[in-house]
Design a protein around this ligand. Structure first.
Ligand SMILES: Nc1ncnc2c1ncn2[C@@H]1O[C@H](COP(=O)(O)OP(=O)(O)OP(=O)(O)O)[C@@H](O)[C@H]1O
Ligand SMILES: [Mg+2]
Length: 318
């Protein structure tokens, strides 16, 4: 199918005797918001690690845009093809400022050679000016305008997650993989993140692949959901189909939670597409990491207060 941006076919990744991802198929149409959910240890992050080149699957193919085979490529090569990610455990350069962290992501798009940097040639200085301005603009886009000079490690937790997204955006991605972007966030921050992710797709035309445990977020934002358990796909469908799927309820959601979400999402997402095949009211809702040596991240413990909608606030659009 020509509009498939990502096509994972039969991905298997083993760690010794453990099959973390098991013959998994995943098709992501360009322009979609697609979530991967499942219990702890189901293989979700390992799948992301395979797509982004941190691991190479033992079996299967990963096609980007129908022609690029990602399964053999390095992380930096995959980044240059337009795939960026954030990490379940935030990975920033804590000793660098926010703007410098974004510039690390921009590095994949710069042309200056090491000699140019060392001798500070005019071309290099021009690129540096551009990189600084672009990094500041991206901080505005994610709602961190005015916070560029502070150390990444001093930012509140929610801001660090936004900074990771800014660094990912710096690589100019077509496909953005977000690994639990609202982990540790409060309700207000999560609501803001939902709007922000939607705008990344709507305004910047970025296809989103999301891992999340926050089911309210997943049901509200996703067009399609893939459910993974023990490395295998156990279900795939629209939010309403997932909520009604006995196997998913058994393995992950639990009956009470599924029923509560069903009611809540039906009331909460008037704009969501309706699923003609399901109960009438059931469907309402629904490590940049660049290539370049992303450091092991701090494990922030604090959670910031409620945040304004980043794109609303920043008003930027790439
Ligand atoms: N580098 C590794 N070496 C050995 N085992 C690993 C490695 N990475 C992941 N695993 C194992 O693979 C399985 C899948 O892990 P993964 O991190 O992908 O799960 P997950 O679905 O992301 O879980 P969570 O929701 O807790 O983040 C787990 O059993 C995990 O312990
Ligand atoms: Mg994980």
């Amino acid at each position: 199918m020509s509009d498939l941006l990502l096509d994972c076919r039969g991905i298997t990744k083993r760690f010794g005797g453990l099959v973390a991802v098991n013959a998994l198929d995943l098709q992501i149409p360009a322009g979609s918001i697609h979530s991967v959910i499942g219990p702890n240890g189901a293989g979700k992050t390992t799948l992301f690690n395979c797509i982004t080149g941190f691991y190479h699957p033992e079996e299967g193919e990963i096609l980007l845009g129908g022609s690029h085979h990602l399964e053999f490529l390095r992380t930096d090569e995959i980044t240059r093809l337009g795939v960026a990610r954030t990490y379940q455990n935030i990975r920033l350069f804590p000793e660098l400022t926010a703007v410098e962290n974004v510039m690390v992501g921009l590095h994949a798009r710069l042309e200056s050679s090491l000699l140019g940097v060392l001798f500070s040639s005019p071309a290099t200085r021009k690129e540096e000016r551009w990189a600084t301005e672009e990094a500041l603009r991206l901080l505005e886009v994610v709602g961190l305008g005015g916070k560029g000079d502070g150390l990444a490690s001093n930012l509140p937790y929610g801001d660090q997650r936004r900074l990771e997204i800014a660094r990912a955006l710096a690589t100019d991605p077509k496909l953005l993989l977000l690994d639990e972007p609202t982990a540790g966030m409060n309700t207000g921050e999560t609501a803001s993140m939902i709007r922000f992710i939607r705008r990344l797709r709507d305004d910047l035309d970025i296809t989103i692949l999301l891992i999340e445990h926050d089911m309210k977020l997943v049901m509200e934002i996703s067009e399609l959901i893939t459910v993974v358990d023990f490395g295998q796909k156990i279900a795939e469908g629209k939010p309403s189909e997932i909520l009604a799927n006995p196997r998913v309820i058994e393995a992950y959601l639990g009956r009470g939670a599924a029923e509560a979400l069903d009611v809540r999402t039906a009331a909460a997402a008037p704009g969501a597409a309706h699923d003609a095949t399901s109960d009438a009211d059931a469907d309402a809702a629904a490590d940049t990491a660049s290539d370049s040596g992303t450091p092991p991240g701090p494990e922030p413990t604090s959670s910031a207060g409620s945040q304004p909608d980043p794109v609303d606030e920043g008003g930027g659009s790439a």
